[in-house]
Design a binder for this molecule. Structure first.
Ligand code: FES
Length: 153
């Protein structure tokens, strides 16, 4: 049985964009599908809440590679908020369609991206918490001398 892949899907499968790793990523996630056994790793570099670089590694099928490839092309340059709204249906549209039995590949790619974004956001919380705690000084209050007021008249 052969699957009907579009020309665009085959292009992204044969010459994937943004494949590889990013050293010291701001966000990272690994995601897998227990049924088909495919896996994706996503690496994000973020500056001023904008995705300035994104790369992926695939241990999966042709659609796994093609969907991750087109996703990285689309989300590079997006803000974190825009990337959070990126949906698997957009991948399917951008590829000109996917065989029904391969739709889950696009779903997994989007889940992987969102997991990497979550990792980025978690790291931001930790970092901003650490900065806050450095800035917060504990000031011990000396017992204040209260002025005695003469209540007698
Ligand atoms: Fe499962 Fe492609 S067959 S991700």
């Amino acid at each position: 049985m052969s699957l009907n892949y579009t020309k665009k899907t085959l292009e992204h499968f044969l010459r994937p964009k943004n494949i590889g790793k990013i050293a010291h990523p701001d966000g990272y996630a690994q995601i897998g599908n227990m049924v088909c056994g495919d896996q994706l790793d996503f690496f994000l570099k973020v500056k001023n809440e904008k995705i300035i670089d994104v790369k992926f590694l695939s241990f999966g099928c042709a659609s796994n590679i093609a969907t991750a490839s087109i996703l990285t092309e689309r989300v590079k340059g997006m803000t974190i908020e825009q990337a959070k709204k990126y949906a698997w249906q957009e991948i399917v549209n951008d590829l000109g369609g996917l065989p029904k039995q391969k739709i889950h590949c696009s779903v997994m790619a989007v889940q992987g991206l969102k997991k990497a974004i979550l990792d980025y956001e978690e790291k931001q919380k930790v970092t901003s918490g650490a900065i806050r705690s450095k800035k917060t000084k504990v000031v011990k209050k000396k017992p204040s001398r209260t002025k005695k007021t003469n209540t007698k008249k």
